[in-house]
Design a protein around this ligand. Sequence first.
Ligand code: MG
Length: 390
Amino acid sequence: MARKRLVILGATGSIGASTLRVVAAHPDRFEVVGLAAGRDAEGLQALAAQFQVKHLALAAPNKCGIPSGEAALCALASLEEADLVVMAIAGMAGYAPTLAAIDAGKDVALATKEVLVMAGTEVMRRRQERGVRLLPLDSEHSALFQCLQSTASEPACVRIGHEAKAEERVAEVILTASGGPFFRRETIDWSRITVAEALNHPRWEMGPKVTIDSATMMNKGLEMIEALHLFALDPSQLRVWVHPQSIVHSFVHFKDGALLAQLAQPDMALPIQYALTWPDRAFHAPVPPMTLAQMQNLEFSEPDLERFPCLKLVFEALPMGAWTHPILTLANEVAVKAFLSERITADKIAAVIEQGLTRAETDFDAIVRYAEEDVARFERAAPGGARCCS
Ligand code: MG
């Protein structure tokens, strides 16, 4: 069997590291032909030496002679000899390279949420046109993807040659959420939550932006949008259940009454490995097997939307249409950055998003500008922001 040739963008980040761990465990199945990172030239060169990779790219200019900038990333993403592009560049910087890979006819394993959340309609249209498969890397979406493959029709993200249509056999998909660090608190006063508290996530090791999104449960809201696009769902088919153990990665409730789920240790290596080996499964597990003891105390509950106003806003906004998607993500991004630098308190994150939705702006730059104005207004009204409470 010929080895699958991979290009990995975002190679020096945590998804990149997990991907390379999977590659290293299967030298007979995978070969890395291209690697890209943001600015860590030395880290990238070390990986290139370890995996014997010729083609490199960096987002930032560098003194090592590595091609840099968006054009270099796009060229790497459309590399002639690649079979599959792993897209793990954080944020909208992943958008152009993802489109480049799709236009070059490369299948894409996608970790970068923003690409679908901001531009899912366009990405899914081009994917369809080019006959390219989009394989989800996010643990919840990988779980849904695995469950959805139990019917005769393929999940929308890999369906070739048909119109993408709503999943007719699905009653609802249930995204599970850990609930973040505040879920068990009796009362959550968002105006008094400190940055340090919000960054202390009980289950997953992640970057600061995602960790705050997890604390406010906005992360689950963004994942709902991702699921809408990947699986051609309707907002009315989306549910969220809080599941603090993070063992069940998501459920699909079919109309025939079956409830399917995917369970595994919470470790990104497994969803990554599944995307790389799809449509097959590997013979080795990158994580320890589930134990009977772990199965004894799995808990599930409905999220209380009054306690998590960001998630409530997502549930309210999605039925209004896809125009709400960029507002939800960009206004949130601006507000979270302001919270992390202690300019505003955590309760203002939802307030900034809500303001953005009332304006119904569709231009990305304008959405960001308005959100920054809202942040500045909240900051003026309460100088010192989050520092006053710590
Ligand atoms: Mg996730």
